[in-house]
Design a protein around this ligand. Structure first.
Ligand code: SF4
Length: 359
């Protein structure tokens, strides 16, 4: 791929899509190379409408948000913008076409003067693996020395691994990211007891962007619910999860979806599962189908939430509250059946009418 060398050692990274999985790596890598990172601002209504105005309506929300973040960087005067094309993360394990074609999409819809730093990661193709991806990230800044690139890669992995150690210990995404960027590692020791535990199954870009997910973590926390995500699981647990849903991994983002769902559906500490997907997402609609069927077999309550730019917060909260309320009732019923009624008496059936008609 042809790239122009830039004098300016500044790179803009859109706070969207792969940012939510890979930013600790990007941060460690670019910082070690002496390249300053400028991030786009947090997602706002304006970000969504800027992105939506440039792509066809059917495009999924995360892509609209991504385009909005590219516009935000351009408005900040950033000249070099990093837009990776992550084709596949392992042989024959692919990303969806929108993620794969992200640089082409950006080039075609954003008609402004900026340099697109478009590195390609494709582990299904020869010579298109991690090193060439990193070399393509560094080349536009005139950095081609293999030793320097490998050293920066180590710095990237260090930051990335620190982030995952902290997130796995139960630390919140935001806190783990902040510490990792400061080069610190702590283990979460906070042991608050929660009456209800939920697994939130989704992609990082759907749940860690506070505007996109409408602060779902805060809302569930306020309802006294402990939330688990794929970040608390090891790659072995995620692989097992994928297999337990009866399939080999095909999509790169199955770890987030079928991997974590497959694991948490079997986990007794989890009272229910919430999936959060973007309207119009092809891969997710296939994976949700498998997750829903398996949830029925495990008798695990499941709530599917679909989001787009028109999703109203009031309806979103109502669905969350109804689901959490049902989980509380189910749990109470289980406790009563176990300790109070005994085996000889009739089973206690919870009232699942959310409108109490007796009043
Ligand atoms: S996986 Fe789904 S949500 Fe993500 S970019 Fe592709 S279509 Fe959009």
């Amino acid at each position: 791929m042809e790239t122009n060398t830039t004098q300016e050692k500044i790179i803009g990274i859109p706070r969207a899509m792969s940012f939510y999985n890979n930013y600790p790596f990007y941060y460690g890598f670019f910082t070690d190379l002496g390249i300053k990172i400028v991030l786009s601002d947090m997602t706002t209504k304006q970000t969504v409408s800027d992105g939506s105005a440039l792509v066809v309506t059917e495009t999924c929300l995360p892509i609209k948000v991504y385009i909005g973040h590219v516009i935000n960087l351009i408005n900040k005067g950033v000249k070099n913008i990093f837009v990776p094309s992550i084709q596949s993360i392992a042989p024959k394990i692919y990303n969806c076409s929108k993620i794969r074609g992200l640089p082409d999409l950006v080039r075609n819809v954003v008609k402004s003067d900026f340099n697109l730093i478009e590195a390609t990661l494709d582990k299904s193709e020869k010579n298109c693996g991690l090193y060439s991806f990193l070399a393509e990230m560094a080349a536009p800044f005139g950095i081609t020395d293999e030793k320097i690139i490998k050293r920066a890669s180590k710095a990237g992995w260090r930051c990335y691994n620190n982030f995952h150690i902290m997130a796995k210990s139960g630390m919140s995404y935001k806190k783990a990211l902040n510490y990792a960027l400061q080069g610190k590692v702590f283990i979460e020791t906070h042991t608050k007891e929660y009456p209800i535990s939920i697994a939130l199954v989704s992609h990082g870009y759907n749940i860690y962007d506070e505007k996109t997910c409408m602060k779902i973590f805060d809302k569930l926390e306020a309802m006294d619910v402990k939330v688990y995500t794929s970040l608390q699981l090891s790659s072995e647990q995620l692989n097992d999860g994928i297999l337990s849903l009866g399939n080999e991994q095909y999509w790169a983002n199955e770890y987030d979806m079928t991997g974590s769902a497959g694991h948490y559906l079997k986990d007794n500490k989890i009272d229910g599962v919430i999936t959060l997907t973007a309207f119009g997402c092809g891969p997710d609609s296939l994976m949700i189908e498998r997750i829903t069927r398996k949830a029925k077999r495990f008798n695990k309550p499941l709530l599917n939430l679909t989001i787009d730019e028109h999703t109203g917060e009031a309806g979103f909260i109502t669905r969350l509250e109804a689901f959490v309320d049902m989980l509380f009732r189910k749990k109470r019923a289980n406790i009563i059946n176990k300790f109070e009624l005994g085996e000889t008496k009739a089973e206690y059936i919870p009232n699942t009418n959310f409108i109490d008609t007796k009043k």
